[in-house]
Design a protein around this ligand. Structure first.
Ligand SMILES: C[S@@+](CC[C@H](N)C(=O)[O-])C[C@H]1O[C@@H](n2cnc3c(N)ncnc32)[C@H](O)[C@@H]1O
Length: 225
């Protein structure tokens, strides 16, 4: 029967059960091979065990770290984690409340290293103990459009750095702004004061990818390379 009232079957993602002789690869999960793999993973990881995927990602994570400060909107946190996964960042940091509703992350948090810092001071201490590009501590760069912020578009992003995003409403705290090596703003041209925090995080992460994976954007002088 055809007709507009007919509801199409839900579109299935992924692959069904493995057919043919069973592959001999310890990274593959016998249960997924038998039942099919409907996870939201790239094709190269089909049927892989979860821990094997994380181990593989660990061999090629970027030096970029990202963090959120005191976010109340869990869906936005999930959005940042999902983008962080897509760009395979080194780790995701949460300042303040440890627990967040993971639904918005669409399971991508399970492939990401997550570190919790009770306060901004704890995050800054942690970063100071990590190697930066010049061997000293890893800089924390705030991302917010506030007085004194400088354009992300012309800022020479260090390879090893932590981008810290503020929460909807108040944005980055005074403490975070004071402790950051710089606060970077994303150029806006409309009437809104700011964009969605998850969208801003995606733009900032992509600026790092353009600079350090594709060699585009400002060089050490701040001029385009
Ligand atoms: C709602 S905004 C913060 C408030 C904003 N400072 C204001 O004056 O209204 C929440 C977060 O989103 C990010 N964000 C949004 N728009 C941004 C922009 N144009 N530049 C940089 N960060 C932005 C920042 O991380 C910020 O802390």
């Amino acid at each position: 029967m055809t007709g507009s009232s007919q509801v199409p079957p839900p579109r299935q993602v992924g692959v069904g059960p493995w057919t043919g002789p069973g592959p001999d690869d310890p990274r593959l999960d016998p249960e997924l091979l038998a039942a099919g793999d409907r996870r939201n993973v790239v094709d190269a990881y089909r049927y892989w065990r979860h821990d094997a995927i994380v181990a593989d990602l660990d061999t090629r994570r970027h030096e970029l770290h990202v963090g959120v400060e005191n976010w109340e909107h869990d869906f936005n946190v999930g959005s940042v984690v999902r983008t962080a996964n897509a760009f395979n960042v080194a780790a995701f940091h949460v300042v303040g409340r440890r627990r967040w509703n993971r639904r918005g992350a669409m399971v991508t948090d399970r492939y990401q290293h997550e570190l919790h810092h009770p306060t901004v001071a704890d995050l800054l201490d942690w970063a100071a103990g990590q190697p930066g590009d010049d061997g000293s501590g890893m800089p924390v760069l705030g991302v917010d459009n506030v007085p004194g912020s400088v354009p992300l578009e012309t800022y020479p992003l260090p390879r090893r750095c932590l981008l810290l995003f503020g929460q909807e409403g108040p944005g980055l705290s005074e403490e975070a702004r004071a402790g950051a090596a710089a606060v970077l703003d994303i150029a806006q041209f409309g009437s809104t004061r700011s964009m969605n925090a998850g969208a801003a995080a995606a733009i900032a992460m992509h600026a790092w990818v353009r600079a350090h994976v594709f060699g585009q954007g400002p060089g050490p002088s701040g001029r385009p390379t």
